[in-house]
Structures are given as C-alpha cells and as structure tokens.
Design a protein around this ligand. Structure first.
Ligand SMILES: [Zn+2]
Length: 336
C-alpha cells in the first residue's frame, strides 16, 4: 500500500485503544529493522526523520528507501513523518517530497534551541496546518518545552521547567487545528533522562490526564520516550563503551499514557543503544572482521528486536490488517 497519513494511523489507534511507536531513521538498515519488526508483529508503524536525518541521508535517499519499504511490505500501513520541523519552510519541503505527516515544533524558535512565545507557536503552527491539510498531510504540534537536546535540537532545559499548561494546550489545539499534540510532562530527549529510576511522581501523568480530558479527540504524543534498558547500556559498556548510569521512561508509565490518550510514542535512543552495542560486540569479539555486513547485520537484528518489543508493549501489534489506506486526496477533502 502507499504511505498512509499519520492521522489515519492515530485515529485507528484511538479506536483500538493502543499506541503507535514512531521510530527515527537515518539509513537503510534502520528502515529494514523497523519493517521487519512490523511484519513479524503485524503492526502499523510511523517512521520519522529529523532535520539531522534528512541532512545526513540527503533526504531523497531516505524517501526512496521508504518507497521501497512500501513495495516490499505491502501489508504494513506506514506513515512517513518529519520529526521536529523548525520552521514552516522545513515542513513545506518535507510535504513537497512526499512526507505524509509533519511536526511543526513552534515551541522553539527556528534555531531549534531558543524557547519561543506562545503567539509565535500558534501562528507558525497554524500556517503549517493550512498548507498541510490542503494536501491531506497530518500535522503534529508541540506545546510546552521538552527537556534535553537531540540531534542539535532542544533548549537543553530541565525537563520540568516548561511543563505543558492544560488550559493553554486546549486553546492551542483549537486555534491551530493540529491532529496530534506533543506535550511536555517531564520527558527529555537523549539517553540521559533521569539520574534515578523514575517513579510515578517524576513524570507529570496528572497533567497528561487533564490534557486528555480537555482534548479527547486530539492525539497526544510522548517525545523522549525511550526506556533506556540497562541490558542495552551494559552491552555497550561491556565492550569498551563509557555510558554513565542513566534511566529512561518506564514502559508502565508509557502504557498509563496510552490509557489516557497518548497515541504516538517517539523512540530513538533505545535503537541507537541496540545498534551500537551490537557493533561494539563484533568489534571486540572478532577484530579480524572488516566486512561492514559482519557488524551491520547483527546491528540491524538488535534494533529489530527492540522495535518488535516496543510494538507489542504499545499494543499496535496485530493491527496492521485492520484497515485500508485513505488517500491524501480523501484526507484533504475531509479537512475541508
Ligand atoms: Zn522529540
């Protein structure tokens, strides 16, 4: 099937009461790992590329790899999403290329670092919604500021410095018309999220629940939601890595989010850890190897395992065959 819109995937997820993982990619092996995991678990899936990924891969390479994915895995509904678009221009260039969903992150200025004003956020997000919806493309916005930095994007603020205000989130969704909304509830980007195992009081789940009550039909998005499993950290450190002890978002907290309107869960760090650990292991155990396939194959397999596990934990497993794709033209007509 052709690339589907993220809106359709998330609407179906809301009906079924499950979440959909959104996994970041930069290259062929990562796309293959996700598609294999989706086939194995029969999951619909969101594949997303950041600005950093688009520049690393020269995004036409990435786009054509995605087309190959839809040809080779015709039974899997897959949306191609721009992660953290920093300006309307970035979003428009992704739409031109064929992305079926874009994120306009107007919580930060176009430098991707400086927190923006609420009015700026509303104005730029509204502009992207108008352009995108006319083409049937989905839009994710962000309100509040997430912690940490990833791919050079992020204010680097403390994760609890700009927690989303539920009343403002409600107004933002109404003024902009976004399909999905990323909220700040104490998660942050990158591997170093928490310095101790987070308990229920670290993540602001009460804020999430309040936002969902006010916005029952807007799909909520959890960013920075890797679980950073100790096993994956240990493999890296066992084979010469130097990761400091760190904790991610527990799966149970994500599952509680899914019960309360979270439909999209962004995961990148866990896959990075899996890939790096697998490569380090081959380098340490077989230093005579120099064929890149000798370490890229186990790396791809390690990422596939993590992705398949998340798909099962988020509940999207088994739902690939539930629906036929709705075209961009049809989506555009619905937005009118
Ligand atoms: Zn993010």
């Amino acid at each position: 099937m052709p690339l589907v819109t993220m809106r359709q995937l998330l609407d179906e997820a809301a009906k079924g009461g499950y979440g959909v993982g959104a996994f970041n990619v930069n290259n062929m092996e990562q796309i293959q790992a996700i598609m294999e995991a989706a086939r194995e678990t029969k999951s619909p899936v969101i594949i997303q590329a950041s600005r950093g990924a688009r520049s690393y891969s020269q995004d036409r390479f990435l786009y054509h790899l995605m087309l190959a994915a839809t040809e080779l895995y015709p039974e899997i509904p897959v949306a191609l999403h721009l992660d953290h678009g920093n300006s309307p221009e970035t979003c428009k260039s992704a739409i031109e290329m064929g992305f079926t969903s874009v994120m306009m992150d107007g919580s930060l200025m176009p430098d991707g670092k400086t927190p923006a004003t609420y009015d700026y956020n509303v104005k730029t997000t509204r502009e992207v919604v108008e352009t995108a919806h006319a083409r049937g493309v989905t839009v994710e916005g962000e309100i509040g500021v997430l912690g940490g930095i990833e791919d050079g994007h992020g204010a680097g603020v403390d994760a609890l410095a700009h927690v989303t205000n539920p009343a403002q989130a409600e107004e933002f969704a109404r003024l902009t018309g976004v399909d999905a909304l990323a909220i700040a509830i104490g998660t942050s980007h990158g591997a170093y999220k928490f310095t101790r195992k987070p308990t229920g009081d670290i993540l602001k789940m009460d804020v999430l629940i309040e936002i969902h009550k006010r916005l029952p039909t807007t799909h909520l998005v959890m960013h920075g939601s890797s679980s950073v499993p100790k096993e994956l950290q240990d493999i890296i450190n066992q084979y010469g890595g130097k990761l400091r002890p760190t904790w991610g978002v527990p799966i149970e907290e994500i599952q509680l989010g899914i019960k309360n309107g979270v439909r999209k869960i962004n995961v990148d760090t866990d896959n990075r850890l899996a890939i790096t650990g697998a490569i380090r292991k081959v380098f340490a155990e077989k230093p005579e190897e120099f064929d890149p396939r000798s370490y890229l194959k186990p790396a791809r397999e390690a990422m596939k395992k993590v992705v398949a596990q998340r798909m099962t934990q988020f509940g999207q497993a088994g739902h690939a065959g539930d629906y036929a794709p709705v075209s961009l033209q049809e989506m555009a007509a619905r937005y009118k």
